[in-house]
Design a protein around this ligand. Sequence first.
Ligand SMILES: Cc1cc2nc3c(=O)[nH]c(=O)nc-3n(C[C@H](O)[C@H](O)[C@H](O)COP(=O)(O)OP(=O)(O)OC[C@H]3O[C@@H](n4cnc5c(N)ncnc54)[C@H](O)[C@@H]3O)c2cc1C
Ligand code: FES
Length: 358
Amino acid sequence: MSKFHPLTIADVRNETRDTIAVTFAVPPALRDSFRFQQGQHLTLRAKIGDEDVRRSYSICSAVQDGALRVAIKRTPGGLFSSWANDTLRAGQTLEVMPPMGHFNVPLDAANRKHYLAFAAGSGITPILSIIKTTLAAEPHSRFTLFYGNRASSSVIFKEELSDLKDSHLERLKIAYVMSREQQDIELFNGRITKDKAARFLRHWVRADDVDVAFICGPEDMMLGVSEALREAGMPKSAIKTELFAASVPKHAHQPRPAAGVAHQHTEVTVIMDGNAASFTMEQDKESLLDAGLRAGLDMRYSCKGGVCSTCRCKVIEGKVDMDVNYALEDYEIARGYVLSCQSFPTTAKVVIDFDQAE
Ligand SMILES: Cc1cc2nc3c(=O)[nH]c(=O)nc-3n(C[C@H](O)[C@H](O)[C@H](O)COP(=O)(O)OP(=O)(O)OC[C@H]3O[C@@H](n4cnc5c(N)ncnc54)[C@H](O)[C@@H]3O)c2cc1C
Ligand code: FES
């Protein structure tokens, strides 16, 4: 589960001037490991210079497509995305971790639901997978997508979305919002903000006619749209969000105010791939993940910023304090799941289990 597998790149296609779609060949022996759900992401790993670099990329293909594909948009000054856009070619091999993430809802062919999605820029990748999969799996459900971009030339998956719309005219509506290209209807000019989402909900879609909303993009857009949906009456449990890490500043851990005790130690046991390993760490000094890696354990991670959920595990004994969390939902926290990259032990013994992470 936590292992990277070398996958051969079957195809690299330029989606826009600064985005490539990369399709992996999955050998029969790894088919089960790489079976995915719509909206999940892969952790890719490469040695760039001397650095071991890991980044998450959402799967953009539909579950029914039989293809494992991600889209990588070049982030200006970004290490992995620039390297990938400049160097990846068909036939090369990349280290890939099996799919993870919970940015989806269960599907049922009997459903007659209306789904709403807000995507900005590369945030379309998991949304495309969700829309395609859902339209194929639920023949009576509908989708409305608001998709923000600078201009038509930067729209990722323009053709695929257009084909999808043509073949599902009654069930898929797409509204493009452009920040640097004038459109006829004033409401569709600019960026997707809280105010704009509130106006869409007044004039284009009724919140009480929506069963589930998906939002993917930068943090300010995600929070703004979420608030607009809540204010329009949608329950938090019906709003699914996925944040792309590039915009999130790394957070420095604030030690808890010393409770009158000098540094305390914790004995940590990590259950992973059916094995248990233990180490001792100082509380408040480093995260469970950093301490585990330093102790030589091959614990899985990607962003180390509380965003991607690759390091998700379950606390089955003891207590931890979690710093930032952009990835776990309330119900997961209630069940004891934490992000090990953001977790600091507060009891003398802590046991965490990565095998219960799914
Ligand atoms: C769950 C998830 C799914 C994702 N899915 C996708 C996807 O489908 N497609 C996609 O394109 N992306 C996706 N991302 C984002 C992706 O993981 C990367 O964050 C993104 O590609 C940028 O990585 P990078 O290595 O190119 O940039 P980084 O090198 O990590 O840099 C990120 C930003 O920080 C700036 N920066 C870097 N170093 C410094 C510094 N020292 N000082 C100041 N600024 C600095 C860079 O200029 C850049 O703007 C996803 C993220 C998550 C968490
Ligand atoms: S490694 Fe990304 S949330 Fe912990």
